[in-house]
Design a protein around this ligand. Sequence first.
Ligand code: BG6
Length: 499
Amino acid sequence: RAHDPATIVIFGASGDLTHRKLIPALFVAYMQDLLPEPFRIVGFARRDYDDEIFRDMMEDSIRNFTRLPAAEETIRRFVEHLYYHKGDLSSPDSYAALKDRLAGAAYPENHLFYLSIIPDLFHTTVHNLQKAGMIRDPEEEHWTRVVIEKPFGKDLESAIALNKELLEHLDETQIYRIDHYLGKETVQNILSFRFANAIFEPVFNRSYVDHIQITASETVGMEKGRGGYYDEYGALRDMVTNHLLQLLCLVTMEAPGDLSAESIRNEKVKLLNATKLDIREDITDAVCRGQYAEGVDSDGNKIKGYLQEDRIDPQSDTDSFAALRLSINNWRWAGVPILLRTGKRMARKTTEIAVQFKVPPLQLFQQVECEDDVCDITRIKPNTLIFRIQPDEGIFLKVGTKRPGMRFVVEDVDMDFSYSGKWNQSLPEAYERLLLDTLHGDSTLFTRSDEVAAEWRVVQPILDNLELLKPFAYPPGEWGVKESDELFLGVEGFWRNGR
Ligand code: BG6
């Protein structure tokens, strides 16, 4: 249970994130007795709701989006902690009124301000909170913490400017920048797996690893209401500059000296600072962007192309797919290609990290690939360690094994650990973990200002050269842009594409 009684104010309470993620996550924490006692949740938005309407709506959200079965009685008790405050983010009067309301005895004095709002208003909101006297000094007895959703800027320059603006009003220790991938159970497990076992770490380096590939593919296109945001950001800014680079950090960073937030984040920043686009002749060697074209799904229904989607500029150059080849210029990883890719409207929803090892120095056995007892001789298969982040969460290791029978041939098999096989329970949602961490004051799973800048530094050369990197069209329902295969030039392998 979080110790300090707290009032959580959600700015942007009428939005999708509040409905689908924040309130259901807080509810699950409540069900499990993990929220502090007492607590209050205040939804702040412009709509003309009142406490009753807000509570009714949140009851529906809980029923629709909570991962665990929820008893009606528990839902009713939970929503009694919910309140609504009508206000306008750009009007100082709204903050003065909020302040008066929170001064009432019913509201615990520790304040968590969750900014589930458009990025353009981050600074205005924090500035107005400060003007209203609602941001306490970190040394005071009661705390103020501010949670910010990505995107943190649009490029390196705007990210640095945003950090500077926020730090005019807040101390770094009061800011929690959410990258929800870090809250995923399987993502937290990457460090445990690497550093709680002695057998993998000695081979995680350039002597043994051939390359690393990270894929986060989605089947969805533009979800309702997202076109405007997405067309301004695209896959590179929406997924690569945060989620994918964070996965890369966790799988390649050095072991921290301890598990404190600062030690872990220091190692991530070092890794990001060593990471560069792997450009041989020009930037097109290292980057491939795409936009999905129109098509039909397996039921014959028409799928809109990216450029036909709602609130997308028909002339847009924004990427709905991006693939990159990076190198990490440090002692451990120099020369090991790192391939990242993400996209909408791809064949399957999957996020995985595959660490492919080098092949043995001598091929003693014939390698076969068999289907229904019919075997073909193939090239030798390398060992590959795969972190399956989602779905079918687990880790598996591909190894060569003698195929039973009279011939001495080797076939690829999986050593397979799956979360569902071992624990048979649904995994906590990222937001459950992250919201509780903010209440505990633990910033380990949140990104620090220098870390955000270091992420942008990796992709900035792409943003500076978009003219040279026009998006290719790709068919929906497949594995993205065909030309992205060329990023594997000189690498022993290819995109795994769900194999
Ligand atoms: C969000 C992006 O951060 O992550 C979305 O803005 C994307 O575009 C989503 O769909 C993917 O998250 P997850 O947890 O479903 O992999």
